[in-house]
Design a protein around this ligand. Structure first.
Ligand code: GAL
Length: 378
């Protein structure tokens, strides 16, 4: 069908593999992806920023099993002009070797995203930040900035956002409900209702809202949003950033309350905002979700699972979890789904699942290709 065949050239067997030469234009989801030095790219849970003709891929630099030096951990940066051949630009942000810093070795840095602020001319990164020795309890977001895209990024602070402010779309009648969490044990339906009505939002009102899986999105008017899993990962918060992108304005919206979305990845296409996300099963893949809205601030409506594969493939999003949607600069209305296939026992070996976003009856969908030709995106 014309609609689907419009940009994919599939599987040219015998084509030179990427490992063998620089000229291959094939993306091979799930395989080792060597950088220009031949090492598997280490930029997990990542995102891509296009700047002055070059793409910069930022992600979690996971310590390879053999690496004992924990100061080598942080946010990695790779550059490329063709989205295929990536040069390692080193660590853009690294942990700080000082036990008084929240960013000390042993902390967790996940899902970093970088945006460019045209007014301040600074590159700003936000990332999910968990503190050393505290598992995933801190649920904070951290921010760092740099005058150079590749870094070094200077760490500014980490916080739980939106302390002392209610979401714009939170009904006034829910602000004073009193529910005891222990009364909800063994009553899943009642718990969901209580979460929808702000159980955890009220609990964290004073200290700031939880911020775990996250992404950033700069809207067409330049306004940036920090999108994060909050309320014990059960509700997404879409929070406005200040004009310099370094802080929260205190204006935020709850999205899909009590629906347990993680791994948000947002894009604007054909006049609408779309969001891929996942459910909450840790490193294990689960069925992807798709939601749509007319405005960033909602209302967001679920469109179900965007995967169009076998039942098993759809159940595990082709063995991946979303992290970002890339729009190659010179190609209007063309998008690439970027996901991670996690290897929890050796996170550095986790693989990248890049697949073209296709359209089916006006809705973005994802199909599996063992390999596909990025040069033929059009
Ligand atoms: C996933 C999340 C990952 C990581 C992992 C830890 O749900 O998307 O970014 O935090 O949990 O178990």
């Amino acid at each position: 069908m014309k609609k689907f065949s419009f940009f994919i050239s599939i599987i040219i067997l015998g084509f030179t593999s990427r490992a063998e030469g620089q000229n291959s234009s094939l993306i091979k989801p799930g395989e080792i992806w060597p950088d220009t030095e031949g090492k598997h790219i280490n930029a997990h849970g990542g995102g891509i920023l296009h700047y002055k003709g070059t793409y910069y891929w930022f992600g979690e630099s996971r310590l390879p099993r053999t690496e004992k030096d924990r100061t080598m951990y942080g946010v990695s940066c790779y550059s490329s002009t063709d989205l295929l051949n990536w040069k390692n630009e080193g660590l853009a942000l690294r942990v700080i070797n000082d036990t008084s810093s929240l960013l000390q070795p042993g902390c967790v840095i996940e899902r970093p995203k970088v945006i460019y602020n045209k007014k301040t001319k600074k590159f700003v990164t936000w990332f999910h930040h968990e503190l050393k020795g505290q598992g995933y309890r801190a649920a904070m977001t951290g921010v760092a900035a740099s005058n150079n895209i590749t870094g070094p990024y200077e760490y500014i602070r980490s916080l739980r956002p939106n302390a002392g402010v209610w979401p714009v779309n939170f009904p006034a009648g829910f602000k004073n409900i009193s529910v005891n969490e222990s009364d909800l044990k063994g009553k899943p339906a009642e718990r969901i209702k209580a979460v929808k009505e702000g159980l955890y939002l009220r609990r964290d009102f004073t200290g700031g809202q939880m911020a775990r899986d996250m992404t950033l999105f700069v809207d067409r008017n330049g306004k940036a949003y920090h999108i994060h899993s909050s309320e014990e990962n059960m509700t997404l918060h879409f929070s406005e950033l200040t004009d310099d992108y370094l802080d929260f304005t205190g204006i935020y919206y709850r999205v899909l309350p009590a629906e347990s979305n993680e791994a948000p990845a947002i894009f604007f296409a054909k006049g609408k905002y779309y969001m891929f996300s996942s459910g909450t099963t840790g490193w294990k893949p689960n069925p992807a979700r798709l939601a749509v809205a007319d405005k960033m601030t909602g209302e967001w409506k679920s469109l179900g699972n965007p995967c169009r594969g076998t039942e098993e493939e759809n159940r595990i999003t082709f063995g991946s979890q979303s992290t970002f949607v890339l729009s190659p600069k010179d190609k209007k209305n063309i998008f690439i789904f970027m996901g991670d296939r996690w290897t929890p026992e050796n996170l550095a070996d986790s693989r990248y699942i890049w697949l073209p976003v296709e359209w089916e009856n006006g809705v973005p969908v994802i199909k599996w290709y063992r390999e596909w030709n990025i040069m033929e995106l059009k």
